[in-house]
Design a protein around this ligand. Structure first.
Ligand code: NAD
Ligand code: LMR
Length: 331
């Protein structure tokens, strides 16, 4: 029997990421080849944005995707989040050259107060939220605070793009196929302080720190390349990553919707329960396993050496600072 459609809200649906993301959801790459979807495409109440959104909808119609059951086009969050099972919060201003992601806090933070409230009031009772709009960890924290009636476990932010970047860099350096690299992991904030962990990453089952002899590269260029990849793409393209960001969001939601294979984990920013000494309540990039039934857990027992501990302290400090800056938005 065909399952009932999943309703997926995508904010910023007419933006760069939206354009790359929507056909992937509608073609079954996020929820599988048997799962029908209804897309709730949310944009700002602006003539140009709504006209562009209509164009995106026309293109989706022209793809004749069998799994796409309906589309809701709106600038009203009440309509956009009505009964949705997943809310992908992408719509926000991207950074430009020379900016850090948290320079966007003042412009973007307020968006997530209103959207958090609208989700709490109108979404399905089992709604799950994935925040992409930057700075995504703190924006997810804002939405979580604004949506008090939604369990905090439902809120996630995306470090999957960083995980994918780290995996690709390690594979390239070791001269192995991507599939030989597992356990690539990003701790902390999706920012320049994120901690790409090459000790717990594995190449053919062995620590990447052992397989790749070049320790200076691992501690230097590897970490810097992953931390600065978003900025490097902006410098090269003039605009921020879109195809790889949409791809990462498909990975992020699909892997939370399904059960994680035995022995594996994924990088997901979730609300800290104090694991690994991270203050409770921060939205923090952790190794996470999904049970495929809506639940997830933080993988315990990974080793943090002094090098990693020092880096974790810096990303924690940054997240605490961002939280202080946005507290007034929720007053
Ligand atoms: P974009 O400017 O191309 O598109 C953003 C869209 O969001 C626009 O169409 C805009 O009208 C819309 N929008 C703005 N405010 C909105 C609101 N309140 N409700 C609904 N829609 C709204 O930007 P983009 O390249 O698609 O990037 C979107 C965001 O994703 C940026 O903040 C960017 O920095 C972030 N991003 C995050 C990651 C990540 O890994 N977490 C990766 C890439 C980009
Ligand atoms: C990325 O990592 O590519 C995005 O967060 C966009 C950015 O501003 O770097």
């Amino acid at each position: 029997m065909t399952p009932a459609p999943i309703r997926v809200a995508i904010t910023g649906a007419a933006g760069q990421i939206g354009y790359a993301l929507l056909p992937r959801i509608a073609s079954g790459q996020m929820f599988g080849p048997e799962q029908p979807v209804i897309l709730h495409m949310i944009e700002i109440p602006n003539e140009k944005a709504m006209a562009a959104l209509k164009g995106v909808a026309m293109e989706l119609e022209d793809c004749a995707f069998p799994l796409l059951r309906d589309m809701v086009l709106t600038s009203d969050p009440k309509v956009g989040f009505k009964d949705v099972h997943w809310a992908c919060l992408v719509g926000a201003k991207p950074r430009g050259p020379g900016m850090e992601r948290n320079d966007l806090l003042k412009d973007n933070g307020a968006i997530f107060v209103g959207q958090g409230r609208a989700i709490a009031e109108h979404a399905a009772s089992n709604v799950r939220i994935a925040v992409v709009g930057n700075p995504c960890n703190t924006n997810a924290w804002i939405a979580m605070q604004a949506a008090k009636s939604v369990p905090k476990e439902r809120f996630t932010a995306m470090t999957r793009l960083d995980q994918n970047r780290a995996r690709a860099q390690l594979a390239h350096k070791a001269g192995v196929p991507i599939t030989d690299v597992s356990g690539a992991l990003i701790w902390g904030n999706h920012s320049a302080t994120q901690v790409p962990d090459f000790y717990n990453a594995k190449i053919r089952g062995q620590s990447a720190a052992k397989v790749i002899a070049d320790q200076a590269w691992l501690k230097g260029d590897f970490i810097k390349t992953v931390q600065q990849r978003g900025a490097a793409i902006i410098a090269a393209r003039g605009v921020s990553s879109a195809a790889s960001a949409a791809n990462a969001l498909v990975d992020h939601v699909r892997d939370l919707h399904t059960a994680t294979p035995a022995g594996e984990y994924r990088s997901v920013c979730v609300c800290s329960d104090g694991s690994y000494g991270v203050p409770e309540g921060l939205i923090f990039g952790y190794p996470v396993r999904s049970d495929g039934k809506g639940g997830w857990s933080i993988v315990q027992g990974l080793e943090l050496n002094d090098f990693l501990k020092e880096k974790l302290a810096a990303t924690i400090k940054e997240l605490e600072g961002e939280r202080e800056v946005v507290k007034t938005l929720l007053a």
